[in-house]
Ligand binder design. Structure first.
Ligand code: SF4
Length: 274
């Protein structure tokens, strides 16, 4: 069986940076992350053994060192935790901050701001409280259906599908006389999507590695399905099933931006052993 790993897969700049910040901070003792530092449970578990502990409820913080995760937090939460912590270390990805700054700017300049993304994702929940005026979060073009659109700015969650974003822009542009588009999908997300698209044409089956809570991993899976490629998402090697590979000769592997390199290696070895 031939196994090919997508050129751009696994850890991105922002995740690598957040992991390094947390590991450096944990050298001097236990530290806490407010929610998972990154959306990859096996990696979060591994970091837990090195003294990086996830705390889900800010009310449980009691004079500890707290790290803000790569996807950021809202200003309200930040305000609430400040009096409870010993120190705050900010591991928010600079690209998430850039998307937030663009959203703030556009929400002041136009009648409406359209954000293409998931309103429940921590990144979007972290941006919304900074915005004023009429803000709509849509997960795809169908959600614009019954909305009236005036002059508007459009941005995206950093991990959004490029294709879905372009579809929303096209639909909005047909219904508004004035739109300003700032594509805030980060380069790491875009490169992982492009590499996956390229690879899936050359293989029989795709394995997508990443947390089940990872938005950009889900986008990679959806990309494969949309292109009619047999594809499965796994978080770790135990989720692989031997029967998936029966009768297939070429396997493609891709991985979301928060998947560590050691997990890609483990999955590759396990598939090879089938
Ligand atoms: S996917 Fe992009 S925005 Fe998210 S952490 Fe990585 S580099 Fe930053």
């Amino acid at each position: 069986m031939k196994i090919i790993v997508a050129k751009n897969s696994g850890f991105c700049f922002g995740v690598k940076r957040a992991v390094k910040i947390a590991l450096d901070a944990a050298k001097n003792g236990q530290v806490y992350t407010l929610g998972a530092l990154i959306h990859n449970p096996p990696m979060v578990q591994k970091m837990g053994k090195k003294g990086i502990v996830v705390i889900d409820d800010f009310k449980k913080i009691d004079n500890e060192i707290v790290i803000i995760p790569s996807h950021g937090i809202s200003p309200e939460v930040l305000k609430k935790i400040k009096p409870r912590v010993k120190k705050i270390i900010d591991a928010t990805c600079p690209f998430v901050k850039k998307a937030r700054d663009e959203a703030i700017k556009l929400s002041r300049m136009y009648e409406q701001l359209i954000i293409v993304g998931d309103k429940k994702h921590p990144e979007i929940r972290g941006i919304l409280p900074f915005l004023q005026g009429n803000v709509i979060v849509v997960k795809d073009k169908s959600e614009l259906q019954n909305k009236s659109i005036g002059s508007c700015g459009i941005i995206a969650q950093t991990t959004m599908s490029e294709n879905i974003f372009q579809q929303v822009v096209l639909k909005a542009s047909k219904r508004s006389n004035e739109i300003k588009v700032i594509n805030t999908i980060c380069d790491a997300t875009r490169k992982r999507q492009t590499s996956t698209l390229k690879l899936l044409k050359d293989v029989d089956i795709m394995i997508i590695i990443g947390g089940h809570n990872s938005a950009n991993t889900r986008q990679l899976l959806e990309l494969c399905i949309k292109n009619k490629k047999r594809a499965y998402q796994v978080e770790d090697e135990d989720e692989l099933k031997k029967e998936w590979f029966k009768n297939f000769q070429k396997v493609g592997i891709t991985a979301g931006a928060s998947t560590p390199p050691w997990m890609i290696k483990k999955i590759r070895e396990k598939i090879q052993s089938f």
